[in-house]
Design a protein around this ligand. Structure first.
Ligand SMILES: NC(=O)c1ccc[n+]([C@@H]2O[C@H](COP(=O)([O-])OP(=O)(O)OC[C@H]3O[C@@H](n4cnc5c(N)ncnc54)[C@H](OP(=O)(O)O)[C@@H]3O)[C@@H](O)[C@H]2O)c1
Length: 274
């Protein structure tokens, strides 16, 4: 069995590579730059860009299954690009496709469902690792965490659990035509996460609440557009939809193991905060 993994140098993809490699599966790992990530020696890194579907074509030959990341861009241009990726995958006679979506899904799902390939769609909630983007620097340098909505709930998920579900779907039967909504095992708030990080590193962390205007400016300076900021950074946190904090049993049902906790995530990542 050969599997092409996109997003292989990223967080979820990295866990997928590790877990597939442990199972002895033959892997092709797609990246836009060879040598960017330290992948296991047996993994073949292949050069390709998801924004240029033709670059995937040579790597899809002799591939049984594809793990595809879709990114949060829902523009018409991105839809057409993803459509071409699905078309090329079908033409290469790939049997199975497992796709990572954002929680709210993506119009490309209909194209995947009617592709006649075996398909599984993964719709995870916010990743635990987003803590690293949001707060690691201020915690490490100043002992301060600056959330805008400190009591906003989210059933954040450990990225390795998404990977375990993906690996099951890629390598085992029984996941065709399944759309898995995935969450962690508890609803967390920035305040409750701060407490766990502080205990793990053995240092106090001060919470300073940011205003909406301050958080908008911060994300604008990081290069994000207004639409992304208004939806993901403001609305999802200010009035989170029920689905973002409702804990689902999917991880345990699919993997046979309880979903990994934030305490475990902090234990594995605490070096980033010290
Ligand atoms: N963060 C969240 O809370 C969240 C929630 C739900 C879903 N998601 C989705 O999950 C996906 C994976 O996230 P992650 O955290 O594992 O990734 P990540 O750590 O942010 O890394 C991004 C990965 O995407 C690859 N990539 C980006 N643009 C590419 C392109 N044009 N062509 C080929 N590869 C490209 C990068 O590969 P190279 O740089 O090596 O080319 C890298 O492996 C994201 O696309 C996101 O939409 C995220």
């Amino acid at each position: 069995m050969t599997i092409l993994v996109t997003g292989a140098t990223g967080t979820v993809g990295g866990h997928i590579i590790e877990q597939l490699n442990n199972k002895g599966v033959k892997i092709k790992a797609l990246s836009r730059s060879i040598g960017k990530a330290k992948l296991p020696a047996k993994v073949q890194t292949v050069l390709g860009d998801l924004d240029k579907p033709e670059t995937l074509q040579p790597h899809l030959q002799d591939v049984d299954s594809l793990f595809l990341i879709t990114q949060s861009d829902q523009s018409d241009a991105k839809f057409l690009t993803n459509q071409r990726i699905i078309q090329k995958t079908k033409e290469a006679k790939v049997q199975k496709i497992v796709v990572l979506m954002d929680v709210e899904g993506n119009p490309i799902e209909e194209v995947i469902k009617t592709s006649r390939m075996e398909w599984t769609i993964l719709r995870p909630i916010e990743f635990m690792k987003n803590v690293l983007y949001d707060w690691v620097e201020s915690i490490q340098k100043e002992g301060i965490m600056r959330p805008a909505f400190p009591d906003s709930l989210s059933a954040r998920i450990h990225e390795a659990d998404i990977a375990t579900v993906a690996v099951k779907a890629l390598t085992e039967e029984g996941h065709h035509k399944k759309t898995y909504a995935l969450t962690g095992p508890e609803a967390l708030t920035p305040r409750s996460m701060l407490k766990q990080i502080s205990e793990a590193i053995g240092k106090p962390i001060k919470l300073i609440e940011m205003t909406e205007r301050e958080v908008k400016t911060e994300w604008k300076n990081k290069g994000y557009d207004e639409q992304f900021i208004n939806y993901f950074i403001i609305e999802m946190r200010k009035t989170p939809p029920k689905q973002t904090y409702t804990v689902l049993p999917t991880i345990e049902q699919v993997t046979g193991k309880p979903a990994r906790t934030f305490a475990q995530w902090v234990h594995e990542n605490k070096h980033h905060f010290e």
